[in-house]
Design a protein around this ligand. Structure first.
Ligand SMILES: [Fe+2]
Length: 304
């Protein structure tokens, strides 16, 4: 069609994408066009602002490397990641869920670990943390043989892939639950951390006068055929940013019972104070599928 006015642009695009063969893709594209055009009309986007928007989208891609994913960070900073997670879990958003954001730091080659192992693979100062995990199905029966990835930041707030001073795969492991659905491990207590603000996400955070911290947490991914892969995070309630996460990830179901201990620890490599966490996860039946890893290398490896 020959476009005669601004309203007709939307009609023309809707007409064009209506020919999409795949029904789900057609549904998504039609809604995308409707909302995108509605957004432009609502804010009466200027030409200069449109050029700026194109620059930001391009910068998100340019900022993304093998060890950093600006797109995931932006989705989190706008609450989209949380919304997608909550709409797709907990009985389609009706009930509480242990599902949470994947985040930008999972690696799909987490090192195999035995129950009782430590995640500390190079000197990492900080309070010791002893974690015991139990995995059940929806009927409370233990789930044996589940592969559980664990990863977290250091007490300085850096993941190993961001920090050349940490050993490859420091504070990462992949465990398998035993016949009782359990395993345990040792590590150091993670700290909250600032998300990087040297790119478009930083521009957003600064413009909206927000801090750029995530509260301290452990990441878990639980994989077993027959169950929906559970991606979770367990947050530490003593973190000052527990109720103002820059990635909008903290839900009540995910605040962990981290217990501080001032008595000597049973583990010889722990000083005082040290912490413990008993964590139970419930799997629901569904598709077992690991996601595409948002990163695949350490920053140092990428530079060489
Ligand atoms: Fe994280």
């Amino acid at each position: 069609m020959i476009i005669e006015n601004q309203a007709m642009v939307t009609d023309a695009v809707v007409d064009a994408v209506s020919r999409t063969e795949d029904p789900r893709l057609r549904e998504i594209l039609l809604a995308l066009v409707r909302h995108l055009h509605g957004f432009v009309r609502e804010v009466r986007l200027t030409e200069r602002e449109f050029q700026e928007a194109a620059r930001i989208v391009a910068a998100i891609g340019q900022k993304t490397t093998a060890s950093h994913n600006e797109a995931v960070l932006m989705a989190g900073s706008l609450g989209v990641s949380s919304l997608v997670c909550l709409l797709n879990n907990g009985n389609s958003g009706q009930t509480e869920t242990q599902a949470n954001l994947l985040g930008p730091f999972w690696r799909d080659d987490q090192p195999p670990s035995a129950s009782g192992d430590t995640l500390v693979r190079s000197p990492t100062p900080g309070p010791g943390l002893a974690v015991r995990v139990a995995i059940e199905d929806a009927n409370g029966r233990p789930v044996a043989g589940a592969e559980v990835d664990v990863w977290h930041s250091s007490p300085e707030g850096l993941y190993e892939n961001q920090d050349p001073t940490q050993a490859e795969m420091n504070l990462r492991g992949r465990f398998v639950s035993d016949q009782a659905g359990r395993f345990h491990f040792r590590s150091v207590k993670p700290a909250g951390y600032p998300i990087p603000i040297d790119g478009p996400v930083g521009e957003l955070v600064k413009a909206t006068r927000r801090h750029n911290f995530r509260p301290a947490h452990l990441h878990f991914m639980i994989y077993k055929p027959g169950f929906k892969t559970l991606i979770s995070q367990i947050y530490s309630p003593d973190d000052e940013h527990i109720d103002s996460d820059v990635q909008f990830g903290v839900t009540r179901a995910l605040i962990g019972d981290y217990v501080r201990h001032d008595e000597p620890a049973p583990e010889p490599d722990f000083g005082t104070p040290w912490y413990s966490l008993d964590q139970r996860f419930v799997l629901v039946s569904g598709d077992a599928r690991r996601p595409v890893a948002p990163i695949r290398a350490k920053a140092a490896a990428e530079a060489s």
